[in-house]
Design a protein. Structure first.
Length: 154
């Protein structure tokens, strides 16, 4: 059974929407996510919370695989904040995590020549001591705010 072009577009748009992207380049963001993307127009804490919600709870194969890869590296997605996630190429995404113990990690998720459910984290850099000098510093600062709200006794 084939789907009509509008159904395919809607399905593809929903999948892209669920992948939580940064909108640094508005033209590229519009091309990738369409006018109804959930993260479009979000900023600051709202954006970080949505990225984190997707990391922790989204059921699509992309996020399932990202969670699995994080667990293999000893990071618990249930207690980690995803400060930002964005495409760096058509089959490679970058992200920045803040773990429950305050570690800041930049990572790259590669799914070139495989479907997203078989992607792999191929880059992993701890930037805890220098995140304030990194491009995602505003998102990381908001991630620390969100982490403080989630902390027991906060």
């Amino acid at each position: 059974m084939s789907t009509s072009p509008p159904e395919q577009i809607a399905r593809d748009g929903a999948a892209m929407q669920a992948r939580c992207r940064v909108q640094n380049d508005e033209r590229r963001a519009a091309d990738l996510y369409g006018p109804n993307a959930t993260v479009r127009g979000m900023g600051g804490e709202e954006y970080v919370k949505e990225c984190t919600r997707l990391l922790r709870h989204e059921a699509d194969p992309y996020w399932n695989r990202v969670r699995e890869c994080l667990r293999l590296r000893g990071v618990d997605p249930a207690t980690t904040i995803l400060a930002t996630s964005f495409p760096d190429d058509s089959s490679f995404d970058c992200g920045v995590l803040v773990t429950a113990d305050g570690e800041v990690i930049e990572f790259g998720f590669d799914y070139l020549n495989v479907d997203m459910a078989n992607g792999a984290i191929t880059e992993w850099t701890t930037v805890t001591d220098r995140w304030r000098d990194r491009p995602a510093r505003a998102d990381v600062a908001k991630a620390f705010d969100v982490l403080a709200i989630e902390a027991p006794g906060a």
